[in-house]
Write a protein that binds this ligand. Sequence first.
Ligand code: ADP
Length: 533
Amino acid sequence: MVLVNQAIAEFRRVLTDKYVQVDAASLEPYGWCTIPLERSISAVLLPESVEQIVEIVQIANSHQVSLYPISTGRNWGYGSALPVRNDNVIVDLGRMNRIIEVHSDLAYAVVEPGVTQGQLYAYLREKKISLSLNPTGAGPNCSILGNALERGFGIGPNGDHFQAQCGMEVVLADGEVLRTGFGHYAGAKATYLYKWGLGPYLDGIFTQSNFGIVTKIGVWLMPTPEAFEVCYITCNSEHQLGPLIEGVRKLIASNTFQGPMNLLHRKRALIMLDRYPWDAMANQTPLDETLVADLASQKKIGMWNGVGAICGSTSQVRAAKQTIRKILRDKADRITFLSDRKLQILRRFPRASGLLLKMNMSEVLKALEGSFGMLKGIPSQMALPLAYWRNRANPSLESEINPAKDRCGLMWFAPVIPMTLEDVSAFRNIIDPIFREYRFEVCITLTAINGRCFDATIPLLYDRTEPEEVRRAQACYDTLVRACRLHGYIPYRLGIQSMLEETTTQDVFWRVVQKLKSALDPNGILAPGRYAP
Ligand code: ADP
């Protein structure tokens, strides 16, 4: 404690009192989390430059204080801003929010940690730069860099955020500043254009790790295409899943879809549009399958619902639509394409289109505009309300939706599954009985992140205000992770509650990670426990 106090006095010298926060009211928001964990946080530091971060790590080393860097702390369902261990000093990089450069011809941006999806989107619009980003569902206020470090993905073109990252600047635990790729050569011309640089490729070790504080990255953006449409696919029966998977594999192999393709199970689509019907269920859980079928049919949700972007020149998009129709014709019940023009017509004539399509058009339009916009690169909050599914309180859903502040219960479980019906079925046969036993809904999306595997993102949604339900949710989560690992389905990313168990096994891989950690951060001052000791 004495050491922390001494360190805090020195942090104040570097940052001034204003940017070293220790009072309970300032620390409170950093403790909000949708995972049922609490941490004591020693202080929050708000640096504004690389030079200040270098001094911070030097002070932390000399006083053995643990630092926990965050960019915007909106890592919903994986830990938000919460450190893995107690008594860390959070280094909130939100003030470092400069867009250093945007190159409109070579289609990249260089950003600091605090640059948000919404900020970059607004910048591109304001400067009339014809480039698009690919936002995640975490909302306009979350960091681009933070998500790339977690190897997250968006649903539109250019979707894999680590794939789209090129060139990094990192403050190491000893205070040295490392530039990866070509960035360490004075005057290098292709730092943000060529990922691999020369020699060992180092960027990867700063993602999903605790080896450095990343202060800048290059991000590849997409030149806005001449034509853009979103394809919606509806299959009404479980029997269509096999042929649908086969079709998706072919469509990705042929480059027909330009980004990930998402297959949403009907319960997943439902939780994005509704809240748990506590009254209709007489407070019982989990949701009754007959009620699921009723609600899905009212909202015209299929058993499996595909969505993906197609873009390119007008003739390429026309050809892509033909290919999709040809490949999926006998596999899907409905294939719909939405363009800006069609959306405008629906907006202009909602009543007529509602009657024609037999749908509640205001609801349909809200959902379509959200998903269409996100796929087109417009950051949106449309995916956040799912966190409120079992939240009994009626939160205000303020202008910025903050599921952690509203005490929503959400833990993401995201294993990677080979893109075959056999594997998807085997995986579902493992998880379905576990969800049933613990009385939660299986709300699965299969994201075809490439042509070979799905990232299955499954939100475990629970009521955080009910201690018994919280205990059940934790047990359910642990059981899921262990059962799936046993059968070879490993998550692509972890929540802070799983890191200790997953990363301390004594296999060669994690031993090498431990050796790297000891070499780069011998005092263990950076984010202890985050994917490494
Ligand atoms: P987002 O708000 O975009 O989801 P976060 O700021 O929550 O991103 O980042 C997710 C996680 O990644 C953080 O909890 C932290 O462990 C790690 N992280 C974020 N930014 C940095 C950074 N600049 N350097 C090192 N690690 C970081």
